[in-house]
Each structure stands twice: as C-alpha cells, then as structure tokens.
Design a protein around this ligand. Sequence first.
Ligand SMILES: [Zn+2]
Length: 501
Amino acid sequence: MKLFLKVLWALGFLLSSVSHAQVDERKKLAFDAVERNAAQIALVGDSLYYFAELGMQEFESAKFLKETLEGIGFRVETGGAGFPTNVWAEWGSGKPKIVIVTEVDALPEGSQTPGSIARKPLVPGAPGHMEGHNTHGAVAVGAAYAVKQAMQRYRLPGTVAISFGPAEEQLVSRPFLVRAGLFKGADAAIIIHLGDNFGTGFGLLNYAAISAKFTFHGKTAHGAVNPWDGRDAVDAVELMDIGFDKLREHLRPSQRAHRTITIGGIQPNIIPDLGQIWWFVRDANAPWAKENYDKLVNVGRGAALMTGTTMDIEVVASAWPQLGNRVIAEAIQKNIELVGMPQWSEAEQKFARDFQAALGLKTVGLTTTPAELGTRPQAFSSNDSGDVTWNVPTGVLRFPASVPGVNYHNWQAAVTPISSIAHQGEVVGAKVLAASVLELLTSPELLAKAKDQFRQDIKDTSYFSLLPSDAKPPLDLNREMMERFRPEMRKYYLNKKPSFN
Ligand SMILES: [Zn+2]
C-alpha cells in the first residue's frame, strides 16, 4: 500500500472510530438520563393509568402530557387535525425530524385495583388501562427527554417530536392526522407499544381494516293488520348479512369480516323503520380491504333495493396495515441487544408465575431474552397508526412491560401497568427508543438507507386515504361514558408533577 493510501486509510479508521465512540457517548448520556429519571418516568405512566380515559376523551391525559413536556422544554400543541385531545410535541429545529408515535387511551370497564390478581375494580363499571397504554406515555416522554439531553450536549441539529394520537382503541385518529399533513415534514418515525417481550419487526405487521355502520330507513306498520304498508329496515339488515356470507366464498382467503347488529327493531308486531348493522372488513393489505368494502357496500345497496328502504353509511374508522421498515428495525434490534432485558427480581418472577397460575396459564414467568428479528408474523388485528407507516419510513418497538399469556382487553391486563414490572419495562423501552431516535438523527447513512427501503416497500402500493372525504373526527365518541365515571375516578388521581433532572 502506498504511504498516501495508508495515511488515508488510517485517517478514515480514526474518523470512523471517533464517530463510533461519539455515538456510544451520546447513547450513554441518554441511558444515564433515563436511569436518573426512572422514578419520574414511572410517575408519568402511573399518572396516566389513573386518568384511564377512553378514546377522544383523553382530556386529563393530554393536559398532563402537555404540562410535563412543556416542563422539559418541549413546544406542545393540542387540538391538531380537529382533535381536542391530540398532542404533538417538538424539541429542536430543522432536519432531520424524527417522530415518536403512540397513544394513551384506555378501554371500557377495565377499572381494576392495580396489583390485585382478583377482580376488584377501583370504580365499578369505569374504564381502565387494560392494555397498558399508560406505559406508552412514560416511555415516549422518558426517551424524548434523554434525546434532548444528548442533542443539547453534543449540539446535534434536527427535531425530535412526539405524536400522541387519540382513540387508538377504536382506530380513529391517525388517518386524520396524516390527512391534515402532521407527518409531512417527518424523516422517520418509531411507533411504540408495550408487549410481553422486547422486539421489533419489518414488512406487513398487521391487517388493514375499515369499520362502517350501515343504517337502513324504512316505514313502520302493524305487523298483523297492514304489514304490506311497511318497509322493513331490519329485513334489509338481515339480507345484507346473508348477502355478505354469499360473497365470502369469492373473496381472498386472507379476508376477515365480522359484524354486529346494532339496531334490530323494537317488538315483533311493529315493522321496524330503522335497522343498523356495523361491519369490520379486513384484509392483508389496504387495497384488498377497500375492494372487499366496496363489495359490501353493493350488497347493502342490494338489500335496500330488495326491501324498498334507504341506506346511509358512516365510516367509523379505517386503518392501513403497519409497514415496518427493515433498516430501522435492524437498528432498533441492535439497540435492544445493547440494552438487554430488564433484570427481573425473584419477587417479580414469582408474581408473574402466580398470576399465570391463577389464570390457568403456563407458569413461564416473565420473558428473559429479546425476540429475534424476523420472527414476528403478520397479525390479523389492526392499528390506525398503520397509516403513518405508508407515509414515513417507520420502525416499531415493542417493550417488555406485561406478563406473558395475559391477554389485553381483559381486566387482568389492568393488574400490572403500574407495577415494578411495567416500570422496568418503561426504563429499557425508553433507552432503546432514545438510542434509536439518536441514531436516526445523527446518521445520514442510516436515514438514507431507511428511505431507500421505504421507496422499495411502497413502489407497488401508493397510499390513499380510506377515509371518506367528508369524514370528521368523532368528537362525541365515549363522551357520555367518560363523563359518567370521571368524577368517581378523579378521587384516585395522583396529582403529582414529574420533575426531570
Ligand atoms: Zn394498543
């Protein structure tokens, strides 16, 4: 090797090792910030747990997140895209802009005394965090604070943002947030969710879905005296149901469709002038789900024609499947391996095994090794954050904060979201999230590769909104239920202010 080349090579080596060392230092600073603030991070998650607000009614949660984030120097805007409880926070300026995407809504009838394996609602009948979305707030805020500390110390350019989208549990807000352009300037995003293991994934991670209510209007008449004068709206509902079952055979085997009859008449001798059927139509990708939905609409039209009724449609929600970016997934996976699983105490493992035994599950305890990359199959469920992933290169991060085998959307899942198991999961989740955001902020190569991957992934499927053009945010969703229970729930609020340092 010529001396000149040798010098160049040595210089290159030196530069790259300097930048690696710097990257490690930045991550270390972020990890220290997370550890130092573990109690504050836990307080964020615990405070949200007691608010336990249903989708679209996350007013206390949004206020608390706004105050907390403003307290650590972020600019916070609520009300984006016409959603009063939408929270968007930013720190820094200019490019690149990396967005943490998550949600903090609870579920109906999930109220439970934390830590109690026996069913014991805090407030009987009230909503509760039986999917642990409260931990999302903890991880997002903790990571954002740590990233900000590193950006300040190392004078890193760019913007870190957090998007708390309302009403994830009913697949509501993200298509609206995307349509309103909130993600326009974003270079990359990371979606976080708790799980019973530590992992990420890439490719199509779940299903596309369209949720719509079909309401039929007819004419009432006496069922025995003059039924020929009536036009039966519930007949239309039944015919739509039967019609779709005839259609099923001619849909792709990947499809899923399910319905419930939400208005089905009053009593047999009154011909009902009102009938309603609510459908969820899903498939492995959004264009297929839309195809199935369009066929369902035609079946509904046929049912209306057959019965002489009229039909109107309300699209309640829609979601694209989550598209995980492989390049970002690989970066996240490395950070998961760097941070490692929480060191579960014997008491935590014992609690998990006892809990599993009480539910008749395998007593496997808590997960002790991270999930391997590429082992996550496409799920049949849906999540409205999918819409973000077709507009911005997006990684997904699942952090270990719940007991394996305990299913979400059951009160049992509300037992642990403020336990030390959740707190430990929040700490490792915040570390991996901070490290991954920092990498996306500081490595132009990584970001360019992620964008290349994104272009590849979407080249055959360009995004279109599944929302009807006149769709508006459902502001009254869950309002009545939340207002009924909030006064009782208020007694449990922690009323503490996190103070990060
Ligand atoms: Zn969730």
